[in-house]
Design a protein around this ligand. Structure first.
Ligand code: C5P
Length: 327
């Protein structure tokens, strides 16, 4: 069992950690440039991730047997067993460190969801990153951020970014992440759809749409104008530079997304994109007041299931609670 570091106390408390809770962010891709598929079926990406202040919480508790409980937004469509991405992340951590890292025969994982499921917001990846940081703390495993990132990359393409948070460039599968220089806070409205989209299905639709074109798919490049806009912190500059190569594929699978994107633009969004593989649409607002107005207008337009007004960038997976008993 791990001793507890008490922030600010300047010493280790000799308590026993009983449970650890981590808070994990959703993400939107400000740029998502997709190359052709490789031999492993994965696509070479150049992407700019941006973490949003829309959070799930993941609690891990030492237990006699393994369990996964999921509550909240979309919980019924999340697997509550070993196939859950958070449980797979824990298995990858145990593989990396060795079975001796566990402090009990089992682990109870509880996920409280606010990030919609299969929505292009990387909620499952976020939960996996939360399980990693929480178990690292619970078991006193002592993995560095870099070591956690190596485990994260084995679990899923977006898990490494969820650990890091902020705004970051992703290369390769999206798993090679580097923090980006970005100024200011951006205000977003997210329009959640009633439907879900499967990420592999959207990538496959992207490949099909491209197969019908004569020109070969160009190697993806980082948009330097977008990076400059991020450094300036000006949403007016950033808005028109947002791009997502998966958007035509997501719209082809769910044509009504076109109406949602158009409604956001009509109500003055500076940029309107499908988030990741969709179907969530993300709208960039001028400021917090504009985001609230835009959210009301989109909710009234009847083009989506519900809306949320959120800011970014947000921090990556963060331990928020470590209750302990005295040794
Ligand atoms: O890595 P992750 O499991 O999150 O990826 C989910 C799916 O998204 C993959 O099975 C693959 O179909 C697709 N994908 C891809 N190229 C990437 C990332 C994901 O084709 N770079």
């Amino acid at each position: 069992m791990a001793a507890v570091w008490v922030p600010g106390a300047g010493s280790y408390d000799r308590g026993i950690v009983t449970a650890v809770t981590a808070r994990v962010p959703a993400k939107v891709n400000l740029q998502l440039s997709v190359g052709p598929p490789g031999a492993d079926g994965y696509h070479d990406l150049v992407t700019v991730f941006h973490a949003l202040a829309l959070f799930d919480e993941v609690t891990v508790t030492s237990a006699d047997t393994d369990s996964v409980v999921v509550t909240g937004e979309g919980a019924s469509s999340v697997p509550a067993d070993g196939s859950n991405l958070a449980a797979r992340a824990v298995a990858a951590l145990v593989d990396a460190v060795g079975p001796g890292v566990r402090d009990a025969p089992g682990l109870a994982i509880e996920i409280r969801k606010r990030i919609p499921v299969a929505a292009g917001l990387a909620g499952g990846s976020a939960d996996a990153s939360g399980a990693l940081v929480a178990c690292n703390e619970l078991w006193g495993a002592g993995l560095s951020q870099q070591e956690l990132a190596e485990v994260a990359a084995k679990v899923g393409s977006d898990v490494g970014f969820a650990l890091l948070g902020g705004t970051a460039v992703g290369l390769g599968r999206g798993d090679r992440v580097t923090p980006a220089l970005a100024a200011g806070t951006y205000h977003w409205v997210l329009a959640f759809a009633a439907e879900q989209l499967s990420t592999p299905a959207v990538y496959a639709a992207c490949d099909r749409l491209r197969a019908g074109r004569s020109a070969p798919t160009a190697a993806p490049q980082l948009n330097t104008a977008l990076m400059a806009a991020l450094r300036s912190g000006d949403p007016v500059e950033l808005g028109p530079l947002l791009s997502n190569d998966l958007q035509p594929a997501a719209v082809s699978l769910l044509p009504r997304l076109r109406q949602a994107l158009a409604a956001g633009r009509e109500h003055g969004a500076l940029g309107a994109i499908v988030s990741g593989s969709g179907p969530t649409c993300a709208f960039l607002a001028r400021d917090g007041a504009h985001a609230r107005d835009l959210a009301v207008a989109l909710a009234g337009a009847g083009v989506c299931r519900t809306v949320a007004s959120v800011s970014g960038p947000a921090p990556g997976a963060t331990v928020i609670s470590v209750p302990s008993t005295r040794a």
